[in-house]
Design a protein. Structure first.
Length: 207
């Protein structure tokens, strides 16, 4: 069997739908320590997993624009819709772990205050999650038929805004808590900006 057959869109989808849930289950198991549930570990690892999936979603679209003829990128592109749903589920768990850590599962006022707070730049994470949730709900066939395909495609562009907010949430969280800077998200953000600047320059030069 050829490598192209092994890495077909369907096979890649099955791999993704197996590996990502397996990774999340491992995070939960790893956090279940004998004495108590390690909320800090669960928050960090689930957030990292959601961030990696969001990077995949954004970067695979960028790579497809830069290298449209590469077959593996074309095969990975359809995974984005599954990735989006997975991100929502994982971030929901991420928020649940955060609420558990703060002991405010049933306090609506405390929950709303936490989700819009500047502590660890949580407000940027909340904005990113809200955008992704809106995108998910707008992706049903009923909604697409009502608003039209073009309007739906414009809504999907909000993923870029969600990516920027997520990068700010992760990058600023360390700085706001202990004045240390987490550079990795800003590096990903910089590469993303450079990639789209190159596409803009290329399209302008071609036209």
């Amino acid at each position: 069997m050829s490598i192209k057959a092994i890495l077909s869109p369907n096979n890649l989808r099955y791999m993704f739908l197996t590996l990502v849930p397996a990774r999340f289950i491992f995070i939960v198991i790893e956090s279940c320590q004998p004495e108590s549930f390690n909320s800090y570990l669960a928050i960090h690892e689930s957030g990292e997993l959601a961030w990696m999936l969001l990077i995949f979603t954004i970067y695979i679209g960028l790579l497809h624009k830069l290298l449209p003829s590469v077959w593996i990128i074309r095969n990975l592109l359809p995974l984005r819709k599954h990735v989006g749903a997975m991100i929502i589920l994982i971030v929901t768990a991420h928020i649940s772990f955060l609420l558990n850590k703060n002991g405010i599962f049933t306090n609506i006022h405390a929950i709303s205050s936490l989700l819009v707070s500047r502590e660890r730049a949580i407000i940027f994470g909340t904005l990113s999650f809200t955008i992704l949730l809106f995108m998910l709900f707008s992706s049903s066939k009923v909604v697409i038929n009502q608003i039209g395909y073009r309007a739906w495609k414009r809504i999907q562009q909000l993923a870029h805004v969600a990516f920027i907010f997520a990068a700010l949430h992760i990058g600023l969280s360390s700085y706001l808590s202990d004045r240390s800077i987490h550079y990795e998200p800003f590096i990903y953000l910089g590469i993303y900006v450079l990639g789209y600047m190159y596409l803009w320059w290329k399209n302008s030069y071609t036209n």
